[in-house]
Design a protein. Sequence first.
Length: 126
Amino acid sequence: MLKRIAVSVLNVVLVLVVTGCSLFAPKDQMISINGEPAGARVMVNGNVVTVPGTISVKRNKNVHIMVTKPGYHPYSITTGYTLSQFGILDLIGTFVFLVPVVGLITPGAYELDQDTFYYALTPEGK
């Protein structure tokens, strides 16, 4: 009886670990930013970034980048996110085991559409 319970528990744990991959994926993703001219103010989701540089952002949230510098036109870009490989595996596993659906609500199930950004500000008057 105890052996049967242990095997059942082990099977449940195995199903959760193998099919809920997104639960164990990182919730943040690093993005890198570089551009010209030097000394521009770069904000990523409201946080100032020194350029060239990197910043950690949530995988399951849009990223908004705003670059400003006196004498130059401002630059703005927003990137979205899609299902990652882990998210796709969880989606497929959901149809078989139903349990992996939990992974789809975690940030690890997603990845940003773009993780490298380059800007080139245009001087005003041009």
